[in-house]
Design a protein around this ligand. Structure first.
Ligand SMILES: Nc1ncnc2c1ncn2[C@@H]1O[C@H](COP(=O)(O)OP(=O)(O)OP(=O)(O)O)[C@@H](O)[C@H]1O
Ligand SMILES: [Mg+2]
Length: 198
């Protein structure tokens, strides 16, 4: 395609530019994940903790994923318990955990499914959960789900990228906060990923 200086931007050029921008975003995420993974493994990542209400983080995460979910005809619901104690966390790092769990729920669910983000009190701290109506995890998947580069039975339903680092990073970030992370299959369908913050 030839392009003279000052020529109008055509629809074809616009769609090429948007593909280039998307490709750049994907590369940026892969590089950032890889750097974070190495820093976590080497014990070089430090937290910038502040006391806050996790429900605010959950609402932000939902808002940030609304466009993506809508593009796959998936609804994201919030069921957040009132009166939770404030917790001491690094907001950017907990957003990163929520982004991977919510992103996964949307990435591996079929169109029309619902994703539910929940919060509740757990002892002196809180527990956050992301429940989906996707394929769930096989017994073999459940053994390896937090292992790095694990790409398991579930495949992205909208052609998204899957590098298998997100959950291993999430696990290390949650544990760095003194919390625990896990997953179970729902009785009807789909999986629920949860993590606690003390
Ligand atoms: N909600 C889910 N339902 C079913 N399988 C899932 C779910 N979330 C993750 N998985 C499986 O676990 C694997 C690892 O997830 P993980 O988030 O670590 O990597 P990813 O999403 O493939 O890539 P990325 O590094 O971009 O996060 C996925 O490839 C998928 O097979
Ligand atoms: Mg992921």
């Amino acid at each position: 395609m030839k392009c003279a200086p000052g020529a109008p931007v055509t629809a074809e050029m616009r769609s090429m530019l948007s593909a280039i921008r998307e490709g750049g975003e994907v590369m940026r995420k892969i590089v950032r994940d890889f750097i974070d993974f190495q820093a976590l493994q080497d014990g070089r990542l430090t937290l910038q903790a502040v006391r806050l209400d996790v429900n605010a983080l959950a609402r932000q995460a939902r808002l940030a994923h609304e466009g993506y979910a809508r593009s796959k005809n998936i609804r994201v619901l919030c069921e957040l318990e009132n009166g939770l104690p404030d917790v001491s966390v690094d907001p950017d790092r907990i957003q990163q955990v929520l982004a991977n769990l919510l992103g996964n729920a949307i990435k591996f669910s079929p169109p029309g499914a619902r994703v539910t983000l929940r919060s509740r009190r757990e002892g002196q701290g809180v527990c956050l959960e992301v429940a989906d109506e996707g394929p769930g995890l096989s017994p073999a998947d459940l053994e390896r789900v937090f292992v790095k580069y694990a790409r398991l039975s579930a495949k992205p339903t909208g052609g998204e990228k899957s590098s298998g680092l997100g959950l291993s990073i999430a696990k290390m970030l949650v544990e760095l906060h003194g919390g625990r992370i896990g997953v179970f299959n729902n009785p009807d369908r789909g999986a629920t990923f949860w993590f606690t913050l003390p």
